[in-house]
Design a protein around this ligand. Sequence first.
Ligand code: F6P
Length: 357
Amino acid sequence: MKRIGMLTSGGDCQALNAAMRGVVKTLANGKEEVEIYGFLDGYRGLIYGNFRMLTDKDFSGILTKGGTILGTSRTPFKTIQDPDPNGLNKVEAMKQNYYKLQLDCLVILGGNGTHKTANLLRKEGLNIVTLPKTIDNDLWGTDMTFGFQSAVDIATDAIDCIHTTAASHGRVFIVEVMGHKVGWLTLNAGMAGGADIILIPEIPYDINKVIEKIEDRDKKGCRFTIIAVAEGAISKEDAALPKKDYKKKMEKYPFPSVSYEVAAQIQEETGREVRVTVPGHMQRGGSPCPYDRVFASRLGSEAGKLILDNQYGFMVGYKNREIVRVPLEDVAGKLKTVDPDATIVREAKMLGICFGD
Ligand code: F6P
């Protein structure tokens, strides 16, 4: 008999359920009987011992379902180390619940913060296998995370819709794309949606270059401009500010702020009509796209195989088109950002896309 704990942590995304289903279906093909303990609302469930026994029925019909059947929460790494309001040591509590239930392994689905905690639990002696989820695609050790392609589809649809109205009115339109501190989602959705300007955190922009591009398009008879702005985009000027000064400066704008600043600057300098659209959490919602359903199922299946082989301390990742096992200590605490010199960025520039640099 194998006893497996499972939890989803951090912001949700599409294909979390597909990945968990992949794990469980693969385990069902092993020789041993398996019991699945689903911890509710991320690490909170493991800390406070909130769990539900899951059966095959729970994993039936969930391949196409967005969100997570286990619920999730954000429990930042730094707060994991602090005791809770009642003085409870959270790391010790998680270990105790793991041992109390006599678990053989914990399957943890999450992004960057989640992986830091997962690695901490590994160092504390727990058997851990993780799966890389996030629409941001910013996890080290994998070329892709599940959720990313579904979010690219939604953000691209948003840009497509904006295209027609921008063209009719001859307006400048900003579509703000999620991605936290990285530009993968904006870069891909921007290219897929035919954006004229793409602003990402890894390439600080000069607003004058952005305005030049708009005016240049105007001279060529293009009445409208589409700008895909990553929520974490930053100007060259701001990138040079001390972090705390930058934070203070942005407090006066509604969140997400950077798009509104870019819009105000363009409107002031050019006198044009500028509009901002923020698809926001829609990018994380709804059904996973077919690619993510297959991708997450494959990753989940490999996690199942790891457990059947008693191999722990790995994240299942994707490198050079192969499913791979990446040691957790290589993943935790590292961010995968867009290299400003990457081939895809150079190609985008060749296509005439302006990055404001
Ligand atoms: O990490 C996924 C993500 O959607 C980011 O792109 C975004 O910055 C953040 O989560 C939003 O977090 P929350 O759901 O807590 O508002």
